[in-house]
Design a protein around this ligand. Structure first.
Ligand code: FAD
Length: 479
């Protein structure tokens, strides 16, 4: 093995000699990859095709001891270090140029204790892995809506999806986490052990260490769920959104309904003449008894004159994957998001006008519907601050050709700017692109100063900085 010239924490260069690299490799139970190795490109590749970074070395860990060795090696050599879970972060924070990448994607184990309704989950597991193991025993964890997302990054930022209003955010179901901190120690974080670290991990992202195992509380749920799509012509969008908003005022926690505005993909249940035309989709899910669900979804399904209504009983694991085909890895992606406490007329005007000038067939605007149980946790109970938000808008620009970069990014930014007056001010760190490093402080609202104090205690040198970093100047942009 030859020496490697790495990027350092201070963005300089440092050469690590061959003997040190060989000693590292010999200690690791997993594998060590460098440029030229067969799996190097696959492991450094992530969901967002805009990101193309080349780590100096990748340590593919298979256990906590590998993570300890990798963290110590990075710290002792002052190497820039990045951590890869599922590789879905829009900012590309799983990968850095020239640094040491700690890859956790092989650590996929999910162990369920059926009697205790608990799951122990490895940091390389995807949401699909978690669903598969938990649903096999009639249990579920609230996570996100795209099953190839990594449980690790999703959890550390908060985590919300179809059953969040009933069972809370993913972090509200976190019981404990094993964490390798910057000094190479393996700590347990829970309400009773290192409670400040536990508070910070629940929303504070990858700032505090490398989580090597998550312990979650599960809920009895499934295997079938009343769920599906109601598709409207976009010409009716303003009316549909106004009635949607009204219907949700009395929605029980069991009912979740997201909005998607985009051009219709060629879905088999849509008449061919609608393919490629602008539509508004109500995507709904009832987290409870199907008969009660039929009643609870009535108001939403009675809105306007839909093109299609395919709400029915689906396997929960299938519904969790419903949007996967539209969100497959590899495309170029750029996101802008806001939290809203309500869907005001101003937001409706801004977003519906933007759909009239979509820059491409895969660009879309989502409104995630939250609140419910997630909204009844106080804003300072965990690091995740935006408990009063009812809707999270994600402007999702998605395209294939680099020549479209400018048009798509500008489209997303324009909507973000125009919608800002109606927004809550906080932001979901898991939706922040790499040019939003300066937004991290605002994103955390009243929890920012406590997060900084805890960061200082657990990671004074900011070893974990390739993320939505609490010390913005040292964070992602410079990576
Ligand atoms: C298509 C798509 C759909 C999505 N839908 C939802 C949704 O419905 N709900 C929702 O809440 N979010 C959603 N997200 C956002 C998602 O939560 C974030 O992208 C999240 O960061 C993904 O985690 P990951 O492990 O896959 O990503 P990665 O890019 O691997 O990691 C994300 C960040 O977490 C850090 N990290 C990862 N693992 C660890 C670890 N074990 N210890 C310490 N730090 C770690 C990384 O360094 C990185 O900074 C979606 C994302 C995509 C791309």
């Amino acid at each position: 093995m030859n020496a490697i010239s790495f990027t350092t924490l201070e963005r300089g260069k440092a050469t690590v000699d061959a003997a040190s690299l060989e000693a590292l490799s010999a200690q690791i139970r997993g594998t060590v990859l460098r440029e030229g190795d067969a799996a190097y490109d696959e492991v450094r590749g992530i969901w967002n095709g805009m990101i193309d970074r080349r780590p100096g070395l990748i340590v593919c860990c298979v256990g906590a001891s590998d993570v300890v060795i990798a963290v110590n090696f990075a710290r002792e050599n002052r190497l820039l270090v990045c951590v890869r879970g599922g590789g879905h972060n829009i900012a590309g924070s799983a990968v850095c140029d020239g640094g040491l990448m700690i890859d956790l994607s092989l650590m996929k184990s999910v162990r369920v204790d059926v009697a205790a309704k608990r799951a122990w989950v490895g940091p390389g597991a995807t949401l699909a892995d978690v669903d598969r193991e938990t649903q096999a025993f009639g249990l579920a964890l609230p996570t996100g809506i795209n099953s190839t997302t990594g449980i690790a990054g999703l959890t550390l930022g908060g985590g919300f999806g179809w059953i969040t209003r009933k069972f809370g955010l993913t972090i509200d179901n976190l019981v404990s986490a094993d964490v390798v901190t910057a000094d190479g120690k393996l700590l347990r974080a829970s309400q009773s052990e290192n409670p400040d670290l536990f508070w910070a991990l629940r929303g504070g992202g990858g700032n505090f260490g490398v989580v090597t195992a998550f312990e979650f509380q599960l809920h009895q749920f499934g295997p079938q769920v009343l769920s599906g799509l109601v598709v409207h012509p976009f010409a009716d969008a303003a009316k549909v959104l106004s009635e949607y908003r009204e219907a949700l005022e009395t929605a029980p926690d069991e009912l979740t309904c997201w909005v998607v505005m985009r051009q219709a993909p060629p879905l088999p249940f849509l008449p061919a003449e609608w393919h490629g035309k602008e539509v508004l989709v109500l995507a709904m899910c009832y987290c409870g008894d199907a008969q009660a669900g039929e009643k609870a979804t009535q108001k939403l399904r009675a809105i306007g004159t839909p093109i299609a209504d395919v709400v029915g009983l689906n396997p929960f694991t299938g519904w969790q994957q419903a949007f996967d085909p539209l969100l497959a890895p590899g495309a170029r992606n750029y996101w802008k998001s806001h939290d809203f406490t309500e869907l005001s007329d101003g937001v409706v005007e801004v977003t519906t006008a933007a759909i009239a000038r979509l820059p491409g067939p895969e660009c879309e605007i989502f409104f995630g519907h939250v609140g419910g149980a997630a909204g009844r946790v106080t804003a300072d109970a965990t690091a995740f601050p935006q408990r009063s938000s009812h809707f999270v808008m994600n402007v999702h620009a998605r395209w294939r050709e680099p020549a479209m970069d400018r048009a798509c990014i500008d489209w997303a930014r324009g909507i973000y700017d125009a919608a800002r007056p109606y927004a809550a001010g906080t932001a979901y760190v898991n939706f922040m692109p790499e040019d939003e490093v300066d937004r991290v402080e605002a994103a955390y609202g009243g929890n920012y100063s406590r997060l900084l104090e805890i960061k200082q205690r657990y990671d004074p040198q900011n070893l974990f900085r390739v993320n939505q970093n609490l010390r913005a100047k040292e964070g992602l942009r410079a990576a």
